[in-house]
Every structure is written in structure tokens, then in C-alpha cells.
Design a protein around this ligand. Structure first.
Ligand code: FMN
Length: 380
């Protein structure tokens, strides 16, 4: 009995695996439409019928927005984001002035995010449209194609497929780009039998192409190129105000550029005066030296901005910072003090602000500053 259970469990597992593999091998195709009066929906159903008549395909009909039309109000609405999960998409819309309808246009305008992520690239797409007289019907499909081409979708036309079988005694909405129906042409039911037949053939075509290309354009996870933060804007957003470049107090330059490296040395000078002068532990506590360190680093950044002609986006890397502090002989926490300068640099430049660092203590510093910072930056 126990053996029988084990055998049955094994068979069920194999069946489950087979079913899920079969599901995975199926081409999943979306028929996505917008419709005011239901004409486009009639064509959508025929397209879906054609898709389902092909082996290994499954289809779902959705609309781009909710409709109050009783014929349409129970049809599910597609989200923009789900488009990338299909192996093919058949798009349907009414013709508006030789163009796509506003309903479909609104939906497409929300796909910018998919576009920038290349999310629909390589997915086959076909277009069918419901027209009135048919004026501008090819133009309308072509303009629909423009948006799909920008997405990098593979455009699937209908050509003259099936034309030999359509009723030539009445006007038909056949075009070589995709099926349309001529809904305002009187005295025949629309879509006509021939238009329905062409729409079904179009469904078969998109199904075949989608199945053939399934898995060819595997969507890689697109890693967005790290958005280049505008350093000048970062300063603005974080309300970091850079001071005037301090005037040199001796025979030296505020900075020297050698090749692509800029060398800067600064002390805690603000408005012509040293902020929190003196020695840590005697005149000053750690908090006061940290304040002086921030003032000093802001001076470094102000000089750097001058060195790159006012545009800090030209800074490629903060290479090295060296912090020298006026400290007693036995002081050992220079790193804590210098973190103020390092944190500010990373806050402003992000990754480019990460640097090598040296810190040391001195028994005295120029103009009685409690800190001096030496900086090396690589610039464009
Ligand atoms: C604003 C507007 C513009 C239209 N422009 C055209 C047109 O250029 N050519 C055409 O054949 N039909 C045109 N029509 C008619 C529709 O395409 C036609 O009624 C269509 O069948 C509507 O599709 P639906 O039943 O899915 O809403 C226009 C309709 C509207 C409302």
C-alpha cells in the first residue's frame, strides 16, 4: 500500500512538472484595445480567436481603461507595467482623424518608463483598428506603429494575407498593415464577415511570430546607469553654502593644478577670522574643533569650485584628504575629528567623494587654526 502511494506521488509530481513546463513554453499574447462603441472590441475578439487557434498559445483580452459602455465594462483593464510580461501584443483602437484614439494615446504616453528601460524591445506587436468610413485608416495604423517602433517592438503586418477569400462585393477594411473595419458603411453588419476573418488571420500571424521569437530577446535586468547627480544642485538641495575663496596669507596660490590633479590647503578661516582658534584640550573641546574642521573643508570646496571654473560636476574624484589637528601629545582620536570633512565630501560628491586619508596631530598650526586640511582632487 505504502509502495502504491509512493508510485502515485511520483506520477503526480511528473505530471505537475510537465504541466508547468508546457505552460512555460506557451506564448502568452495580450490583445489590448481601447473602444468607445464596441467596434474595436468586436475585432479584438476575432484576433484573440485566431491566437487561440494556434498551438501553444494563450491569450488575454484587456482594455486600456475602464469603460461605462455595458458591452465593455466587465473587461479587465491592463496595467502599463504588465505589458513587458507578454510574448506578443495585438493593439486595437478606433481611428480618430487618421490617427490613434485619445484613449489609446493616453495609455501609450504612460509607457515612458518601459521605454527608458528597453522593456518592450523585441516583443512582436500588431495593430488592428475600427474605422468609420475608413478615411485615413492606413495612416492611423502607421502612426500607431511609430510609437511601437520607438519601443523597439517587432512590427507584424498582415500583407495581403487572406484577401483572396474576402467578399469583394462590399467595401472591406483590409489593409496591408493590419485589419480595420468600416463601421459607418451602411447596410451590412460590421465588422463584416470578411473583416472578422482577416482579424482572425491577424491573430494567427501574431501568435506564430510570438511563438517563434519567444525567449529570443530575453529581458535582461536593465541596471540603470547611475544617474549623474548634479553636484551644484546637491549643494543647493542640502543647503550647503560655499564661502568666498579665502585670500592667501603668504606667498602661495589657493590651489595648483598639475595635469588633472588639483592641490589645495586650507585652515579654518571664515570672513577673515579663524573660527575656534587654539589647541584641543586647552582652548577647545572636540565639538569646537569639529566646527572648525567643517569650516576648513567648506573652504577647500570653495577653492576647488574656483579651480574647475565654477562647475563642481567637473570633479572626477576626491583622491586624498589629510587632516592636521592642533592636539596635545597624547591625543589619539584624530580620525573622529577628520570624519567631519570626509562625510561632507561624500555628501557632496557621492561615490566620487570617497578618498584615501591621512590624519595627524601637530603642536601648533599656522594663524592658530585648530585644523588644516590638505586635499588632492582629480578633475576633468
Ligand atoms: C474624434 C473622432 C475622429 C474620427 N476620425 C475618423 C477617421 O479619421 N476616419 C474614420 O474612418 N473614422 C473616424 N472616426 C470614426 C471611428 O473610427 C469609428 O466610429 C470607430 O468604429 C469607433 O470605434 P469603436 O466602436 O471601437 O469605438 C472618428 C471618430 C471620432 C470620435
Amino acid at each position: 500500500m505504502k509502495k502504491l502511494h509512493i508510485i502515485l506521488a511520483g506520477i503526480l509530481t511528473i505530471l505537475a512538472v510537465n504541466i508547468s513546463v508546457a505552460q512555460e513554453n506557451k506564448a502568452k499574447i495580450l490583445v489590448l484595445f481601447y473602444s468607445d462603441n464596441g467596434g474595436t472590441y468586436e475585432l479584438a475578439k476575432e484576433v484573440a480567436k485566431g491566437i487561440e487557434s494556434e498551438k501553444n498559445t494563450e491569450t488575454v483580452i484587456k482594455q486600456v481603461k475602464t469603460s461605462s459602455n455595458p458591452k465593455l465594462k466587465n473587461i479587465p483593464v491592463a496595467s502599463v507595467d504588465e505589458l513587458k510580461s507578454y510574448d506578443g501584443i495585438a493593439f486595437g483602437s478606433p481611428v480618430y482623424f487618421g490617427n490613434i484614439s485619445t484613449g489609446m494615446s493616453e495609455f501609450l504616453s504612460k509607457t515612458v518608463n518601459l521605454w527608458t528601460k528597453h522593456a518592450l524591445e523585441g516583443i512582436p506587436a500588431t495593430v488592428f483598428m475600427s474605422a468609420g468610413s475608413g478615411a485615413g485608416k492606413e495612416l492611423a495604423i502607421q502612426s500607431f506603429w511609430n510609437s511601437l517602433a520607438v519601443h523597439g517592438m517587432i512590427l507584424v503586418p498582415t500583407g495581403i494575407r487572406g484577401n483572396e477569400n474576402i467578399d469583394k462585393n462590399i467595401p472591406q477594411g483590409n489593409t496591408v498593415l493590419g485589419t480595420t473595419s468600416l463601421n459607418s458603411v451602411k447596410n451590412t453588419e460590421r465588422p463584416s464577415q470578411s473583416e472578422r476573418y482577416l482579424a482572425e488571420l491577424q491573430g494567427k500571424t501574431i501568435a506564430k511570430v510570438s511563438l517563434a521569437l519567444k525567449g529570443t530577446f530575453v529581458q535582461k535586468e536593465i541596471i540603470p546607469t547611475q544617474e549623474k547627480a548634479d553636484v551644484n544642485k546637491v549643494l543647493q538641495q542640502k543647503q550647503i553654502v560655499l564661502p568666498q575663496v579665502p585670500k592667501p596669507a603668504g606667498n602661495y596660490q589657493p590651489y595648483v593644478r598639475s595635469g588633472n590633479l588639483v592641490f589645495i590647503n586650507q585652515v579654518a578661516l571664515k570672513d577673515g577670522k579663524i573660527v575656534n582658534p587654539g589647541k584641543l584640550g586647552t582652548a577647545l573641546n572636540e565639538q569646537q574643533v569639529k566646527e572648525a574642521t567643517k569650516v576648513t573643508m567648506l573652504n577647500v570646496l570653495a577653492v576647488l569650485r574656483e579651480a574647475v571654473g565654477g562647475d563642481l560636476n567637473k570633479v572626477k574624484q576626491c583622491v586624498q584628504l589629510t587632516g592636521i589637528f592642533n592636539t596635545p601629545d597624547d591625543y589619539a582620536k584624530h580620525a573622529d575629528l577628520m570624519n567631519i570633512a570626509s562625510d561632507l565630501t561624500v555628501e557632496v560628491f557621492g561615490e566620487k567623494g570617497k578618498h584615501a586619508r591621512g590624519t595627524l596631530g601637530a603642536s601648533s598650526l599656522p594663524v592658530n587654526s585648530s585644523v588644516e586640511i590638505q586635499a588632492v582632487f582629480e578633475v576633468e
